[in-house]
Write a protein that binds this ligand. Sequence first.
Ligand SMILES: CC(C)(COP(=O)(O)OP(=O)(O)OC[C@H]1O[C@@H](n2cnc3c(N)ncnc32)[C@H](O)[C@@H]1OP(=O)(O)O)[C@@H](O)C(=O)NCCC(=O)NCCS
Length: 161
Amino acid sequence: MIRRAEVTDHPWIVATGAEAYHDLGDYTRILPSWLEQPGVLAWIDADMHGRGRGFAMLGFYMEDPTQSGKPATQVVADLLALAVLPAQQGRGIGGKLLAHVIEVAERVAPSSQIPALRLTVAETNTSAQRLYARTGFRIVDGSATYDRGQRALRMARPLGK
Ligand SMILES: CC(C)(COP(=O)(O)OP(=O)(O)OC[C@H]1O[C@@H](n2cnc3c(N)ncnc32)[C@H](O)[C@@H]1OP(=O)(O)O)[C@@H](O)C(=O)NCCC(=O)NCCS
């Protein structure tokens, strides 16, 4: 079952995310700072006893036009984090959480004119890239970048198409 995360879930999210992203760097500071931001929503997939199995975090931001090269401020949607406990992976939980995030982004996109849902994924994380490709994300050309010291790719999925 997927439900909105509450403040009392934040320590679990941070601990789970820090564990899931262990290979990618130290997320113990960045995850709490994302959760504090007003445009960030998080969801938890819980089992029948209410125990969390995974979470997803979606951020809506106003993009500064001086940085985007666009003439006006634009709202952008970023999938900030998606993580499933190692023992629960490969059972469709990540896919379900991702489908939920896409559904919310699709719902909000028309009124806020959000063109796409974006994310950054480590270049070596091919299983996550497969999941994203299956759900309509494509690698943004020329997007190879460094995220917290890791080679990473930017992916985007058009919204409202
Ligand atoms: C990436 C991640 C979120 C995926 O979560 P998940 O719950 O394992 O995802 P799913 O189960 O939906 O899909 C994973 C695989 O299991 C398969 N699968 C899904 N349900 C299945 C089932 N019932 N039986 C067998 N296989 C199944 C999927 O087809 C998929 O196969 P693929 O690897 O060949 O593409 C998870 O591996 C994770 O937390 N990784 C560490 C953190 C991370 O890398 N996050 C993304 C960073 S951007």
